[in-house]
Design a protein around this ligand. Structure first.
Ligand code: C5P
Length: 231
């Protein structure tokens, strides 16, 4: 299979503190988005990568990334699926559009190459099956009411936390996103679109390092540990 990458980076990042779009923040001297680009570039040297950004962030993006001829940018939408759809349309419109796409959150700069390899190996074996990395839940899960009091303990058997990159045959996930754009369901990842259509999605082992930077503390912690490792 041939691979392209879509990176939704058009969120506003409000949970990480006012005024900071998380993809453009620097950790240990390098922007989060540039770290994501480097992790894919050092894995597949010439695959097309589409960065989907907010219209207000064009200058910020230009100042944040080391471009090459196969890195493209396009404008996103109001929510994550709308942004992913723009990226998929762009990828499919390229002259040499790839057979498969890896969709990866801009906020996950620490995905190890082993995770990318595990996802890729599945695509090679079963090209029409979607693949996502995930880690099984080890904590006990509690449901709470609006006063913070526990209302239930949720059995964790068979539960996993989904990560990215999530990989699919380009045309199938593009069609699924075109359809989803017409519905009012809120999707927080791409595999759920496959699931809703009854299409198979396989889980491979994710990695605890592959966190989604969300809160201010996530950035502070990442900055500290990268500086310790001189990275
Ligand atoms: O908000 P959440 O953490 O789920 O965002 C996941 C990813 O989706 C982030 O990389 C964010 O930039 C992206 N996103 C987007 N367009 C939006 C909202 C989120 O590309 N409108």
């Amino acid at each position: 299979p041939s691979i392209g990458v879509v990176i939704p980076a058009a969120g506003r990042g409000t949970r990480a503190g006012a005024g900071c779009q998380k993809a453009y923040r620097r950790i240990a001297g390098n922007t989060v988005i540039n770290r994501v680009l480097k992790l894919f570039r050092s894995w597949k040297t010439d695959c097309p990568i589409i960065v989907v950004h907010h219209p207000d962030d064009t200058a910020l993006l230009d100042a944040s990334v080391d471009r090459d001829a196969n890195i493209y940018t396009t404008i996103g939408g109001d929510d994550r699926p709308a942004s992913v759809l723009q990226g998929l349309r762009f990828l499919a419109s390229l002259d040499q559009s790839p057979s498969h796409v890896f969709i990866h959150d801009a906020a996950r700069p620490f995905a190890p190459h082993q995770v990318l390899n595990r996802v890729y190996e599945c695509i090679v074996k079963e090209p029409t099956v979607g693949v996502i990395p995930a880690i099984t839940v080890s904590d006990t899960l509690k449901k709470t009411d609006s006063n913070g009091l526990i209302t239930a303990t949720v059995p964790r058997d068979g539960l996993s936390r989904a990560q990215t990159p999530q990989a699919f045959e380009l045309q199938i996930i593009l069609d699924a996103h075109e359809r989803a754009a017409l519905s009012s369901t809120e999707y927080t990842d791409d595999a759920s679109l496959f699931e809703e259509l009854g299409l198979p999605v396989r889980i491979v082992a994710g990695d605890a390092q592959n966190i989604k930077l969300t809160y201010l503390e996530d950035f502070e912690e990442a900055d500290r540990s990268l500086r310790l490792r001189n990275n």
